[in-house]
Design a protein around this ligand. Structure first.
Ligand code: BG6
Length: 476
């Protein structure tokens, strides 16, 4: 019989400021990268750093400007999370609410106060905040003036942000993640790090220099956190999902190892504290020289993370044969279509056992507690006149993933701290900018064009998840 998960397991849900807050200029907030990323055909070129659009215009629609207006609805939303029994709520801080230009000397009190209120609201219900310091947003001022994370100066501004938030919230927040999906800088560089590229620039070299700057930022954050509170637990965050080999040909297996290393690279540094040899060799082969400052190596070595968090939506598949490598969609990562898996309406392949495989690989590699901070099914919902959605497809997806999680814990002995499914309330899709791609237990009345009442209503999955939490997953 299913033994469920242990007492004290952190059940919850996950969001990010840029996809739910809205109020993009309220409370003295400055403009972030996400605020200039439009919906529609220009979206992907901007996200990839290929098309520079640094200001908003009247011709485009910008989904972040209102999003689901969590800024004004947070009390209602957190009350609904509490009703489901959440023990934990993953959210991010909008950097530009706290430092509107990124390089301001003093923080913006109104922004700080907003997050004080959000945390208080969580704590009122016994919900532990899990805070991503930066989730896909960079102050636009820093993009324009210093090229964002291309510049090492970013580390200082990030450090300034960390000092302020750690001191201010030390009695309210214990769990912190330094960067959301840090490996995304390789895939959607404007989103991950505010990067744009000039013609002829060696993009790969730039990305790895930026990765170094962020890894240094992450280590500094960890160092500061430890100085400010011994209670803090600091995690890294990876867009995870093991890469399978397309066939048993050794060349395919080797390719899959190389693909996984592209992602593990970041966590190897954050968790083991040094650049792995395979990365040094990769840099040599590709004429990439990462500029390090004095003290960087020690900083990385002495400030490794306490736990490893990751998002998991799907496994990936690769082949050494370029002919076979006809790529398809999937969480900003190119992957082959796996004939053994079904896919979502957006082509993201569904692989619950892949979650158990990924959990085991990560735990075996790092031997630190892990935290699944994103997982879920983006789907089209059809609400009835009361906003009720019969979302059995979502329940099915989540149930199978929770089962895989239980197996990894109870059968394999993986140490799992908690589970926060993505978009616990419907929010704007990071990749497509759509509202139509919904993940939530709570339906929000708003469409892709920005129309709707913003009314919240409970889906069938709301009641299902409540039951799961109540029974610690004995009832699935
Ligand atoms: C992760 C991101 O990559 O996937 C989230 O951390 C994002 O911000 C989530 O929303 C789901 O992706 P999408 O494109 O369906 O919103």
């Amino acid at each position: 019989m299913n033994k469920g998960l242990p007492e004290g397991f952190l059940w919850g849900g996950a969001t990010a400021a840029n996809q739910c807050e809205g109020a993009y200029l309220e409370g003295n907030k400055g403009l972030s990268t996400v605020d200039v990323i439009p919906a529609g055909k220009d979206r992907f070129p901007v996200m990839f750093g290929k098309l520079k659009m640094f200001e908003c215009d009247k011709e485009h629609f910008y989904p972040s400007h209102e999003a689901i207006d969590f800024y004004h609805h947070y009390k209602e939303d957190i009350a609904l999370f509490a009703e489901m029994g959440f023990k934990c709520f993953r959210m991010s801080l909008a950097w530009t609410r706290i430092f509107p230009n990124g390089d301001d000397i003093e923080p913006n009190e109104e922004g700080l106060k907003f997050y004080d209120e959000v945390f208080d609201e969580c704590l009122k219900y016994g919900i532990e905040p899990l805070v991503t310091i930066t989730h896909f947003d960079v102050p636009m001022n820093l993009v324009k003036t210093i090229g964002a994370w291309k510049s090492r100066k970013m580390v200082d501004y990030y450090e300034r942000l960390c000092k302020v938030i750690f001191s201010r919230y030390k009695n309210k927040v214990k769990y912190w993640l330094t960067f959301n999906e840090i490996n995304m800088v390789l895939h959607i560089p404007f989103v991950g790090a505010g990067l744009t590229f000039e013609a002829g620039e060696n993009e790969e070299a730039v990305k790895y220099q930026v990765a170094h700057n962020q890894l240094i930022g992450s280590a500094k954050a960890t160092k500061i956190a430890r100085e400010i509170s011994p209670e803090f637990k600091i995690g890294c965050m990876l867009a995870a999902g093991n890469t399978y080999a397309n066939t048993s040909a050794p060349e395919d297996v080797w390719k899959s190892i190389e693909k996984d290393r592209e992602n593990y690279f970041f966590i190897d540094v954050q968790s083991r504290g040094e650049y792995p040899n395979y990365a040094k060799k990769f840099f040599e082969r590709n004429n990439i020289s990462v500029k390090m400052e004095e003290g960087d190596k020690e900083l990385l070595k002495n400030n490794t993370v306490d736990f490893i968090s990751f998002s998991y939506y799907s496994s990936r598949l690769t082949s050494a044969d370029p002919e076979v490598n006809k790529e398809t969609a999937g969480n900003a990562f190119a992957t082959l279509r796996n004939p053994y898996l079904k896919a979502s309406e957006w082509g993201w392949q569904i692989d619950p056992l892949g979650l158990r495989i990924t959990m085991n690989s990560i735990y075996d590699r790092y031997q630190k507690p892990i935290f699944i901070v994103e997982n879920g099914l983006g789907a089209v919902d059809s609400p009835d006149e009361n906003g009720y959605v019969e979302d059995d497809y979502r329940i099915e997806y989540l149930r199978e993933h929770v089962k895989a999680m239980i197996d990894a814990v109870n059968e394999d002995g993986v140490e799992l701290m908690g589970y926060t499914p993505w978009g616990c309330i419907d929010l704007v899709s990071a990749s497509t900018g759509e509202m139509k791609k919904r993940y939530g237990f709570i339906y929000v009345d708003k469409d892709n064009e920005g129309k709707g009442t913003l009314k919240r209503s409970k889906k069938k999955s709301f009641y299902w998840y409540k039951n799961v939490i109540e029974s610690n997953a004995e009832k699935l």
